[in-house]
Design a protein around this ligand. Sequence first.
Ligand code: NDP
Ligand code: 2IT
Length: 453
Amino acid sequence: MINEESTLDQISSFNRGIVQRNPAEFEFHQAVQEFTESVMPFVKSNSKYDDGHILHRMTEPDRIIIFRVCWEDDSGHINCNRAWRVQFNNSIGPYKGGLRFHPSVTQSVLKFLGFEQTFKNALTGLPMGGAKGGSDFNPKGKSDREIMRFCQSLMIELSKYIGEDTDIPAGDIGVGGREISYLFGQYKKLTGRFVGTLTGKGLSYGGSLIRTEATGYGVIYFTGHMLGVINETLKGKKALVSGSGNVAIFCAEKLIDEGAKVLTLSDSGGFIHDPDGIDQEKLEWLKDLKFIKRGRISEYVNKYPNAKFYKDERPWKIKADLAFPCATQNELDKNDAKNLIENNILLVSEGANMPSTLDAAKLLQDAGVIFAPAKAANAGGVAVSGLEQSQNALRIPWSREEVDGRLKQIMEHIHKQCVEYGSTEEKSINYVKGANIAGFVKVADAMLAYGIG
Ligand code: NDP
Ligand code: 2IT
């Protein structure tokens, strides 16, 4: 009991230091707190990590690059945005992580994402360090030419800090195939080199098959393993999915493929509930709506009138077996968790990064809901980015089967690591603890091996 209390004190004291050193960076505080709650007891029982002050060292990013991005809109008006690249940790490989374009982007958001990316990438077993970048630029309502000018302007500066062996950006919220293509085209022009410095590229210019689908598919492969532990499968399960972007759509696609019934999808305007289930045909219509026409999820009910649109609401009050938050951070709070628990949800698997608040994650786990943290569940996207890098270096593209097979193996490997470090005395698996400690060990051992620096 005394030991437990002293570890709790050490966690709070460490997190007070984080808050003092990083004032007002709330998302970063949250990500570090979640991590230290499971890792601190492990560090305290392993003197090599404790003596090496590893936790303090790994919560300090290697560097943050901040720059101005000016661009001209279609009416000739000059706009100015702020952009960042947070190069968090390259102990086990070159920096790797996405770029986010969204008005809510701040240094705190990118630090939380870069921090989590470091451990997520370690879990994949591929040699990738952690980074994240992006801008407070809002791509909504912008023309293709405006997006192009913004991407080209951003790359003029970013190109100085990235490279196929130093830092390899990719997509995230607001950055998909169109943006990566503009960014890569500009990088190629500025450097005169055709190398795999960005991932998520188009298939005819160095992209990998399955990269678009990888995050969502990976979430479902991981979820399948979690259900396997309790002798369950996805077949016939009712699922809530939030978001309607890259991760959500392909999470829904693999759920449908596995015989589950997808009841909801959402965007920042609200969610749709289709009691008949969203089948593959409806999903194809949605892909066209969201990825080509760049429309809103509310339009779904005009096409499929049996469905209902809930303006400005989130899907977590609908009764189902499985929940997949796939939109953004903190989109599932304490009240949402209470609703899910009241409705006997079996499992929550995080497709987005840090979609559950600390309170919500704790409530769900305490209630016995099987809970997959983002670091483990959504690592399939960056894993296939790593495979894209391998194909670029080899100058040989792999088949769909080859890439999908490797993605499946990687998600199984991540699940095994969670079981190794997260198995409890009550014979259940604490996936949060398992993922955090497994990722930590890999990065920490490399940092210790390099000495102090
Ligand atoms: P997209 O831009 O393709 O889609 C984002 C979706 O989330 C949209 O439906 C968007 O709605 C919604 N959304 C975004 N911000 C908010 C907000 N503040 N409130 C409510 N809804 C919001 O992004 P991705 O699908 O790529 O990313 C989704 C999540 O998955 C993010 O957390 C990202 O970090 C994570 N992720 C992405 C990976 C990838 O490979 N792309 C890999 C691993 C994790 P709207 O259109 O209305 O803004
Ligand atoms: O959060 C993530 O893992 C991503 N946005 C994917 C990063 C990548 O480098 O593919």
